[in-house]
Design a protein around this ligand. Structure first.
Ligand SMILES: C[S@@+](CC[C@H](N)C(=O)[O-])C[C@H]1O[C@@H](n2cnc3c(N)ncnc32)[C@H](O)[C@@H]1O
Length: 265
């Protein structure tokens, strides 16, 4: 069956829907990318137009989730933007009694596991916790599994690679598994940063990296305010080196380093 390309009107409907549900502003230039990512769903339902698919999305929650999963960009890797891990290490060397960290928009969990490898051993076993969360249910499933392509291992420093990465054999050849000893201190959950996530409790550090770039200034403000409400006074918010929150006006957040902010009241 030949699928008719997505029209400007259909794409505009999709842009509004994604903005309302996820907060992501999809540029007009993303039309071809969106079309190719969603084509398989039209094939799945044997549809020949995006208008029909959009009707299904609007009335079926599971398909809405499927669509969000296909549209979000989940690129990540271990020890991404090393300077932020150095910052956490500097806190550890000062001696912290306990540490709760939130990897907000965690994707498949590389950021959360990178932190866990560093913290485990530096802070007592029952004194640290890392929560990873994402709107994409598929990446959260993968994060919980902690199984990655072997090519991803190159970014992990040797000391952690040897201790926490188990190279797969047989049907797991070409992959590695994060050592289960880390998992009892880690939790992964689906959530939407557009909403308040009080149930997650308060954190000493929040990593909110490589997600703000998808949001408009207004949405950034909503997201940062939501996230800050989960940060302890004295705690740190870390954003990507390539992002900024200049448009977000918050008196209780001061910049302490490039891309690192402290909640002061
Ligand atoms: C590029 S990844 C960043 C992963 C990781 N933080 C890093 O820096 O490597 C962006 C993630 O943000 C998630 N995301 C996008 N909008 C979101 C929202 N409204 N709430 C929660 N997560 C969201 C996407 O699903 C995606 O996994």
């Amino acid at each position: 069956m030949k699928i008719t390309g997505i029209s400007n009107e259909e794409f505009a409907t999709l842009q509004k829907l994604i903005f309302k549900e996820v907060g992501i502003t999809l540029a007009d230039s993303k039309k071809t990318m969106v079309q190719s990512r969603l084509n398989k769903r039209l094939v799945h339902y044997k549809l020949d137009s995006f208008a029909q698919y959009l009707r299904i999305v609007q009335i079926t929650l599971t398909e809405k989730i499927e669509m969000i999963n296909l549209i979000t960009t989940n690129e990540t890797y271990f020890f991404r933007e090393e300077v932020h891990f150095d910052f956490v290490k500097s806190l550890l060397t000062k001696g912290v009694a306990s540490l709760r960290i939130w990897s907000a928009a965690s994707s498949v969990g590389a950021e959360a596991y990178s932190l866990a490898m560093m913290i485990n051993g530096a802070v007592g076993k029952d004194k640290w916790e890392i929560v990873g969360s994402d709107i994409n249910s598929e990446v959260i499933k993968k994060a919980k599994m902690g199984l990655y392509p072997i090519s991803w291992i190159t970014k992990i420093p040797d000391q952690y690679k040897n201790r926490y990465c188990l190279k797969g054999k047989g049907k797991y050849e070409g992959q590695f598994l994060i050592d289960r000893s880390l998992c009892s201190n880690m939790h992964f959950t689906e959530n939407n940063l557009l909403e308040q996530n009080n149930y997650l409790g308060e954190f000493d550090i929040v990593f909110l990296r490589n997600v703000l770039l998808y949001f408009s200034d207004d949405t950034k403000e909503i997201v940062v305010k939501n996230v800050i409400s989960n940060l302890k006074v004295g705690g740190f918010l870390i954003i990507s080196l390539t992002e900024n929150i200049n448009s977000v006006k918050l008196k209780n957040l001061v910049q302490v380093r490039t891309s690192i902010f402290q909640k002061i009241s």
